[in-house]
Design a protein around this ligand. Sequence first.
Ligand SMILES: [Zn+2]
Length: 334
Amino acid sequence: MSDSSNDNRSVMRAAILQAPRRFEVVERPIPEPGPGEIRVRAEVCGMCTGELDQFEGRAKNLEYPRFIGHEVSGVVDAVGSRVDNVMVGDRVTVYSEGKGYAEYTVVPASWAVKLAESTPFELALGEPIACSVNGVRKADPQIGDSVAIVGCGFMGLIMLQVFKARGAGTVIAIDRRDSMLDLARSMGADHTLNSADVDVAAEVKGLTGGKGVDIGVEAAGIQATLDLTTSLVRMEGKLEVFGFHLGERRTVDWAYWNWMAFQIVNGHTRNPDVYVEGIRIGVHLMETNRLDMSKLVTHRFPLDDINRGFEMAVGKEEGFVKGVVVFDDSAAGR
Ligand SMILES: [Zn+2]
């Protein structure tokens, strides 16, 4: 039994990835929350770079159809038994492991973080905020530490702000797109370097008295950014691999890593409780004006346009930072 404010429908609309590059919007039964679970009526589900390889069919040995989507925020619509942290009607963002591109989603109640009345659903994207916050927590910056972020996409720009909130000193933002570097500057980067235009390693040496940065964050997930980040970190500094590396094996110059005595940090975490803690911290930073997501969510698509949304995420046209699916169609196309 569940306490439900749902109207009498028994089916919902869901976008299923039927094959590479082909989502189809189909009807699915509205899921029921079991003990300890809640059902969320989705307002927004963010489109994740980590899903692009599935959309494009690049990931090996994947089976289709796939019911994906994991960046959901919305309103609690039903609660199962033994739920005492949230109530029907609460505005929440949740950690989720899939089935997010749908009007309703069920998750453990402990994976929900409440949002203030004034916090826009489309900005409170739990999972990417958690990843970025946890990436900074793993790097464990000390007050005044210099930081270089290589790759200023959506996640890199969240990390930039969280590093600042955490007391980092000079933060150097590095990317190949001037538009992203402009954003980075508006979000507190002390220096920006376009890696297509300048010798980044030489510039960073110049900015750090010849030593290199205390913390280098690789946030793009390709071999070139891994190599570049390696060249920026000082001896015994922290080299954090935060980018989502897929496909071809990466190579590293281990003799150099060894000689430099880097502290290697894996920026990822796999524990749902740690994710939820990261969401809680990130939402708190948002709601106390230390994390500005408003310039980062740039594109909105109704569920029916999810294929177009993913194609744009693949193409990354100028001005595209992050796209979200919105379930109130009146909000789409803004
Ligand atoms: Zn994601």
